[in-house]
Design a protein around this ligand. Sequence first.
Ligand SMILES: [Mn+2]
Length: 325
Amino acid sequence: MKKLEEYLKGVSSLAVTAHINPDGDATGSVLAVLNYMKDNHPEIQTNVYLQEPEKELAFLPGCGEIHTELSADKVYDLFMICDCSTLDRIDPFAPAYRSAGRRLCVDHHKSNAGDFAEDNEVYPDVSSTCEILYDLMGTEHIGRNTAECLYTGIVHDTGVFKYSCTSRHTMEIAGDLMDRGLDTTSIIDNSFYSKTYVQNQILGRALLESVLFFNGRCIFSVIPESVMKFYGVTGADMGGVIEQLRLTEGVEVAIFLYETQTGVYKVSLRSKKFIDVSKIAVAYGGGGHARAAGFTASGRSRAIINEISAMIAQQLEDAQAQSGT
Ligand SMILES: [Mn+2]
């Protein structure tokens, strides 16, 4: 791993982006870089390009400076792409990515092949892109605002320090960031756990309609478009549903589908210990991690679930064959 400072040598303009539908880690990453640049390199023009983040992330320093559209014909010396494993996930900003002098990808997605930037800092075993950025930046260059962004990203991608991607190093970084005087309780409550009334209702509905299969080792739930409309919810309101399904006792794999438009489903997958759900997501053109992945699929929900089930069954069989049972 090189230091961010090395990548910034000779750079006078920098653009930063992350994946579409930005989550806490994606938003935290780009705003951490923005704040880092303000503190350490005010002489370098830095622009952040990102779809508008969810309102629970609006407290992050610099959130108001995000550009949601590309400024025409601007050519940057360096373009940083954070928390993103494929170019199609930065679609609106891809022209500036292509025209830039150099490209640097900082990511932790297992599905990242490291094949679209000259420089790659890609570490699939690291909890979050924010954790990688902490190491790239170095503690001595990280001010309070940068720390707040990095901490938020780590909190979100580790499910508040509980997913298996959380390492001792993750906790040490979190401790170091806390030393900057962050209100960590508010960050966790307000950006991660807090739910609106309709979010709670749709969560309840998804749990009520959930179905166990494969002898209780898998669970799925589907929210059709009509139900989305009834509650007045969008994809942004679905956070936490898949996690609650995953927590069901005895379940190895959780599948959650919601219909974004007629016949088009956003599919989220989670596993607990041994099913690699990123393999399933990649087969559908999506991506993610071994224990958390997602993709978009068209067709009937039952047909999609049947296909996913067949892939899970194959992995279950392979795992059983390997363990000799
Ligand atoms: Mn991430």
